[in-house]
Design a binder for this molecule. Structure first.
Ligand code: EPZ
Length: 426
């Protein structure tokens, strides 16, 4: 297992290229199962989760060819499942990556059957999949839970229906959308998630021949088609990576241009950061982030579904607020257990008190380097950010989480002057 050794204190100065979005690429890869002609994805990031999804698709019968993307950004994947050789997403793959559940909709829609291991809980909460199942049932699938597996069947194909989600779920919206594009007749999805990754998935499905209206709103209207064809689709820039590096620049008092970063996809976070004293300037290639003047001010923040402040930036925001002037209240409304980074930040001198779903951060002058342990992907990167700003040395252990979602993170940071090295744990 690798770890990162960071010597803090250098402001990040320079430019950072933003990779393709992990959370867009994963559902797009699952969508390739919808067409026997296959799908070409460009700007796919090189990450452990992409490797896991590739392994799962191969298990189901897909052939995958990976080459560099023509513009040099990320990889190009040609994924083609001419026919399925299996309908099963086994426990061993699903337990490593929850997004495996995204093959459920495409498999039932095109193949009439899917057997997917129930993912179980994870480090950030309970995370049930009831809404995914409810959506498929609305489209006529028969679902049974057997020995830890979801077994979904629709031997005569899915039928259009009305799916009204009681709460916003990114994954359930994606599964419902991928199932509905091949269902007979019309489907309406109400209270659909509006994350840019959903818009990217819809754009790709439309390029493959799907009929989808209402993209970007919370009501999606789909008219099923008999088959989908091949398309070439570039994955959108990763808004969470964008927000993470924006906060890294602000925390270290640096000045960084985020190449390919889309400011409109991180608007809520940029607004909160701006009120704390971070300056954003649009550039021809993305945007620049710098601290406007001196120490940041503490500001309150609450996570919400898009277009609100993303839960995937909450841990990083806490690291940022830990050295701000005054206090900041952070409320997590999406996941019930997403404060695992708090005791680790406290080891570095942060003053944080958790009360239920809220955390009160009282800014300290300086964080101090310490050995810390990463618990999940975004918690891990918040510790890296804290380490970059801290006095002395920080060692972030168990960084395999980080490799699930951040492409070449230490290389990108080193190029901006950070002192950070990867070491093999013995
Ligand atoms: C996606 O997870 C992301 N993952 C997560 O990113 C992200 O944190 C999350 O959306 C919220 O933005 C991918 O896109 C691969 P949800 P997802 O369904 O789809 C509850 C990261 O760090 N819920 O929108 O699993 C659920 O428990 C990851 O990159 C149900 O109750 O999230 C949560 O409280 C972590 N029943 C809320 O909804 C269901 O059937 C939102 O979850 C489904 C969800």
């Amino acid at each position: 297992m690798d770890r990162l050794r960071i010597r803090g204190g250098s402001p990040l100065i320079g430019e950072i290229p933003i990779s393709g979005a992990k959370n867009a690429a994963l559902p797009l890869m699952a969508a390739a199962l919808l067409s026997s002609d296959g799908l070409t994805l460009e700007n796919v990031p090189e990450l452990a989760d992409i490797v896991s999804m590739s392994a799962l698709l191969k298990e189901l019968g897909a052939d995958i060819q990976a080459t560099p993307s023509p513009d040099g950004r990320g990889r190009r994947l040609f994924i083609r499942a001419e026919r399925f050789t299996s309908f099963e997403a086994p426990y061993d793959i699903v337990r490593k990556m929850r997004a495996s559940v995204l093959v459920l909709g495409p498999l039932v829609a095109r193949g009439g059957e899917a057997k997917v291991s129930l993912p179980g809980g994870c480090a950030i909460g309970n995370r049930p999949v009831d809404l995914h199942l409810m959506a498929l049932e609305e489209l006529g699938a028969e679902i049974e839970l057997e020995a830890g597996y979801i077994h979904a069947r629709a031997p005569k194909g899915l039928k259009g229906g009305r799916i009204a989600f009681p709460m916003v779920s990114v994954g359930a919206t994606e599964n419902a959308l991928m199932a509905a594009v091949l269902a007979h007749g019309e489907t309406t999805i109400l209270n659909a998630a509006r994350e840019p990754e959903i818009g990217d998935l819809a754009a790709c499905l439309i390029a493959m021949g799907a009929k989808i209206g209402g993209v970007g709103t919370d009501t999606l209207r789909i008219t099923g088609v008999a088959r989908l064809g091949h398309a070439v689709h570039p994955v959108i820039a990763d808004r969470i990576e964008t927000g993470t590096f924006a906060m890294a620049a602000a925390l270290t008092g640096g000045d960084v241009e985020l190449i390919g970063g889309q400011l409109d996809h991180v608007e809520a976070a940029a607004k909160v950061l701006a009120s704390a004293g971070v300056a954003f300037t649009a550039t021809a290639r993305g945007f620049r982030v710098a601290r406007a003047n001196g120490r940041l001010e503490g500001v309150d923040m609450m996570t919400e579904p898009y277009p609100g402040f993303p839960t995937d930036l909450q841990a990083q925001f806490m690291a940022l607020m830990s050295t701000a002037k005054g206090a900041a209240m952070v409320t997590e409304t999406i996941f019930e257990n997403r404060f695992m980074h708090v005791p680790e930040l406290a080891r570095m001198g942060a003053n944080i008190n958790v009360h239920g779903a809220s955390a009160m951060i009282r800014g300290v002058e300086r964080l101090k380097g310490a050995p810390v342990m990463a618990t999940d992907l975004r918690a891990s990167v918040s510790l890296v950010l804290a380490g970059l700003a801290a006095e002395g040395e920080t060692v972030v252990n168990r960084i395999y989480h980080l490799d699930r979602g951040y492409e070449r993170v230490e290389r990108k940071l080193t190029a901006c002057g950070a002192e950070i090295v990867r070491e093999r744990e013995t």
